[in-house]
Design a protein around this ligand. Structure first.
Ligand code: PMP
Length: 449
């Protein structure tokens, strides 16, 4: 690839974004009271010199304050996998907050048992507790795993992401040993005191690490989704389950993103049997919500421990977690929006998206690959597809990614800023996918013809 041509194209698209979005650029320039000029510093991770500002969003469409409309394949990096403001969730939230009243009263609602039962039906775990984010679901699952096993460490896959969880900020270093994730601002202690790490798809490394006997839990995604999509090789997940059992280590599946695989995530789709499961983002249909599930046996063991403070200030829970509004949103999402039929539709569209991207890659003979996990598709600048997080991290190309994101955004298509990821929602159409395919092919024509 001709890098100077790529730079020229990126400069052209950066200028085009300024031309198309003057109000967003101006709003960003005026945001002197925000840390990094944005409500959350990661919002600066956007192609171009400023973020586009949200005006409105419905279903698979977003409109910015300059009046530009986008087909949204970002979908809040999964938080809006339901589509934006689905009617059933909007009604449930309105009913709870306005008609009945009471978003947060420190009292349970009957919706919570309905949601727990539905999560059991989908994912298999027998007991559930709620949070407002996937990060907190992971934090609390980690604490319970440590409490019940009496072991200090948690094992992660290199270049996985599970939210801003201190323990997870570990990668496999060049010498094959665990070291702090570059640039992290986590806890001020050596991460190897709290954590171990193994490459995804590497059972030998996992076994070596578990053999130390100090790992309370493996916390993993069944497929990595935060460093491209890295799919498990045949036998890998079975191997993880067998090794964790053999070494007395609990297995926690984080299904926050892999929920895209189907109504019960990868856990149901692939017949997995974790001890705990965490999830967030999409299950609230856009309203903050998260959950963790435990096996009945584990729940009983924990509740039988009179020495653990699971009720007051002992380290699990949050005042707003499981609040009536959040739980009502989860119920509406699971009952009416992310149904079996919706997943079938989303998965079919995602196949079409994948085929479109593959056709573009093949037509230009590029050494790239595209991977899919149900409703979620992502391409990577490497071929064959990376097998581990570290391999996938090495395939990143920030300039190329910026060009593609900006080229598409300037033509009315949003991808997820941290990835080349595209997600389908129940409102996405074949025409939306084909529009992407056309523009993606045109972008590659400009890059490599
Ligand atoms: N788990 C996974 C797999 C994630 O991808 C993320 C966020 N991208 C999280 C947890 C954390 O989610 P949140 O930021 O909503 O807490």
């Amino acid at each position: 690839m001709d890098r100077s041509r790529l730079q020229d194209l990126l400069a052209r698209e950066t200028a085009e974004a300024v031309r198309r979005c003057p109000r967003s650029k101006d709003a960003y320039g005026r945001a002197d009271h925000l840390f990094g000029r944005v409500p959350m510093t990661w919002m600066n991770k956007t192609a171009g010199s400023f973020p586009r500002y949200l005006a409105a969003a419905r279903g698979a469409r977003v409109t910015d304050i300059d009046g530009q409309e986008y087909i949204d394949f970002c979908l809040g990096d999964t938080g809006a996998m339901t589509g934006h403001s689905p009617a059933a969730v909007a009604d449930a939230v309105q009913h709870r907050f306005t008609d009945l009243g009471g978003a947060t009263a420190m009292l349970p609602t009957e919706d919570a048992e309905w949601v727990g039962a539905e999560l059991t039906r989908r994912f298999g775990l027998a007991r559930w507790s709620f949070s407002l984010t996937a990060t907190d679901a992971n934090r609390w699952a980690i604490r319970l795993a440590r409490a019940v096993t009496g072991r200090p460490k948690i094992l992660f896959n290199s270049y996985s992401y599970h939210g801003s969880v201190d323990e997870s900020l570990i990668v496999v270093g060049p010498d094959g040993r665990g070291e702090a994730r570059p640039g992290n601002v986590g806890a001020p202690c050596d991460v190897t005191l709290t954590s171990r790490v193994a490459e995804f798809n590497d059972l030998e490394q996992l076994e070596r690490e578990l053999a130390h006997g100090d790992v309370a839990a493996v916390l993993m995604e069944p497929a990595l989704t935060n460093i491209g999509i890295v799919l498990p090789e045949p036998g890998y997940l079975e191997g993880v389950r067998e090794l964790t059992r053999r070494h007395g280590t609990l297995l926690i599946n984080d299904e926050t993103h892999t929920f895209s695989a189907g109504p019960g995530g990868c856990t149901a789709a692939w017949g997995l049997d974790p001890d705990l499961l965490t999830i967030g983002k999409a299950i609230g249909g856009g309203i903050p919500a998260g959950a963790y599930g435990l096996s009945a046996e584990l729940a009983d063991r924990l509740l039988g421990r009179t020495d653990l403070d699971l009720i007051d200030m002992g380290g699990v829970g949050g005042t707003l977690a499981g609040n009536a509004l959040s739980v009502a949103a989860m119920r509406a999402t699971l009952e009416h929006v992310l149904t079996d039929d919706a997943f079938a539709h989303m998965s079919k569209l995602s196949e079409r998206f994948e085929a479109g991207v593959r056709a573009g890659i093949d037509a230009h003979g590029l050494p790239w690959t595209v991977s899919r996990l149900g409703a979620r598709t992502e391409y990577r600048f490497a071929s064959p597809a990376p097998r581990t997080g570290t391999e996938s991290a090495a395939a990143a190309d920030a300039v190329l990614e910026d060009f593609l994101h900006l080229y598409l955004a300037n033509r009315g298509i949003l991808l997820t800023p941290f990835h080349n990821m595209a997600l389908m929602c129940p409102d996405t159409t074949e025409q939306d996918v084909d529009t992407h395919t056309e523009h993606f092919a045109a972008a590659l024509d400009e890059l490599v013809s």
